[in-house]
Design a binder for this molecule. Structure first.
Ligand SMILES: Cc1cc2nc3c(=O)[nH]c(=O)nc-3n(C[C@H](O)[C@H](O)[C@H](O)COP(=O)(O)OP(=O)(O)OC[C@H]3O[C@@H](n4cnc5c(N)ncnc54)[C@H](O)[C@@H]3O)c2cc1C
Length: 430
């Protein structure tokens, strides 16, 4: 049984940052990861490009993206913020680029390069990494944690840091183990729910147009005739619904609303043009194509792959000449362009959720150190905490920031303990 100053459980971005920064303070750190290598989820982030962070410069605005819990993030963000993250990667020869909406990506390459930088960081910091080592339980010793029991033995630790992630994409290793341990230790876990997911729809035609990326569109969430939220940006249809950045960001609202009743979406394919003006545009198209069959009249308005669908949904006879399209028929067509109604069945589950909503209750964690208020040598970092933000690099920034703060806090506490019990001197003499 090995003895360490700090045992970090989970080799995702939060655990890696915690372990590396703690080890740099001069303590002996063991990082345990149950998968054959660290950062499995990281590799699929940003569709393989890894949206490392978001360049939002205002710390309070950044925290505001995490709703009511955002305030609790401030100490972590001040300790290791967006600029520090960007410097971290750029100083390690990974140039970054800021894209639409402040999304920060590696300028070349992608998630694999991020993983490479993190592997080197762990090695340079002197962290002992054990992969394929699954922690089964935390070993308790009165009011503290004595160590961990794993699939390949027991390890003692002066402090233990849980960075096991949430429940989303469980194939990457995040299976909610940290929640179970926290509950067993008496911590409250806010009910985990899938967040940032695609939405399933009752429409049976979505698969016909699922190869299309729809940019600069607006999607609204409606319930009982009221618009609950809307987003402008990019979306795409999937085989059984709708996905893409704006859908992910609306999915939490949809999920909440579904618990109260029926929810519909409305897609505006031409949000830059107001309804009446677009009707004029349609009239012009019909006039310009007066002697054409209706089926051949929409080429200037829609991607080719969507035309057959729109013709069908409009109910207008495709062989009818455009000059015979009635006002009523045109208004129906107008509605398809400006307010295409979509009936929501539900939101995808954990298998396809980008993050987990809920987690370790922040009220029971000292957010200035990320130390448990119940167990004095237990720390938490990353998605295991009750923190979830929108798409755009916000969620990874939470991992870097809380990982850093938890790691250096744990290292500080261990160093204090060692200097007060004299073991530091002993180590130095031996
Ligand atoms: C498809 C997808 C794309 C995403 N894209 C982005 C993006 O571009 N930008 C962004 O900001 N966020 C993105 N996210 C979210 C982001 O990846 C997560 O928020 C982040 O990975 C959470 O980091 P973490 O270190 O807390 O946990 P994780 O990355 O989940 O890591 C936890 C680790 O703990 C290990 N572990 C769990 N239990 C045990 C155990 N018992 N013993 C040992 N090890 C254990 C797991 O194997 C895992 O490696 C994306 C998520 C997904 C699913």
């Amino acid at each position: 049984m090995g003895k360490y100053d700090l045992i970090v459980i989970g080799g995702g971005p939060a655990g890696i940052f915690a372990a590396g920064h703690a080890a740099q303070r001069g303590i002996r750190v063991l990082l345990l990861e149950k998968k054959p290598r660290c950062g499995a989820k990281l590799l699929i982030t940003g569709k393989g490009r890894c949206n490392i962070t978001n360049s939002e410069p205002d710390v309070r605005k950044f925290a505001g993206h995490f709703g009511a819990n955002g305030k609790a993030l401030l100490t972590s963000l001040y300790a290791f913020g967006v600029q520090e993250v960007m410097d971290f990667f750029e100083q390690r020869e990974l140039p970054l680029v800021v894209e639409r909406g402040g999304r920060v990506f590696p300028a070349r390459g992608g998630a694999r390069d991020v993983q490479r930088v993190l592997d080197r960081f762990l090695a340079d910091s002197g962290v002992e990494v054990r992969c394929s080592s699954k922690v089964r339980e935390l070993v308790r010793d009165g009011g503290s944690i004595a160590g961990v029991r794993t699939s390949d033995g027991e390890f003692q630790g002066r402090a233990v840091l849980v960075a096991t992630g949430g429940l989303s994409y469980p194939k990457t290793g995040s299976t909610g183990d940290g929640y179970r341990w926290a509950r067993e230790l008496g911590n409250t876990v806010i009910e985990p729910q899938p967040a940032l997911t695609a939405i399933t729809l009752a429409e049976n035609w979505t698969g016909e147009v699922c190869d299309l990326n729809l940019r600069n569109v607006e999607l609204k969430v409606l319930q009982g005739g009221c618009v609950l939220e809307s987003r402008f940006g990019e979306t795409f249809f999937t085989r059984d619904g709708i996905g893409g950045p704006i859908v992910l960001d609306l999915s939490n609202t949809v999920r909440d609303a579904l618990s109260l009743g029926k929810v519909t979406l409305e897609l505006d394919l031409k949000p830059a043009v107001e309804m009446q003006l677009f009707d004029k545009r349609l009239q012009r198209e019909m006039a310009d194509h007066a002697n054409y069959d209706f089926r051949n009249s929409l080429g200037n308005l829609l991607p080719k792959a969507m035309i057959p669908l729109f013709i069908r949904l409009s109910g207008i006879d495709p062989d009818k000449k455009c000059h015979s399209v009635t006002r009523e028929e045109r208004l129906k067509l107008l509605e398809l362009f400006k307010a295409l109604p979509l009936r929501v069945i539900g939101c995808e589950g954990f298998d396809k959720a980008i993050v987990t909503r809920g987690g370790i209750d922040l009220k029971e964690v000292d957010m200035r150190s990320l130390r448990s208020k119940r167990i004095d040598n237990l720390y938490f970092a990353g998605e295991v905490l009750d923190l979830d933000g929108p798409t755009g690099g916000f969620n990874l920034q939470v991992c870097w920031s809380t990982g850093y703060l938890a790691g250096v806090s744990a290292a500080g506490a261990v160093l204090n303990e060692k200097s007060s019990d004299g073991s530091m001197e002993k180590t130095e003499i031996s």
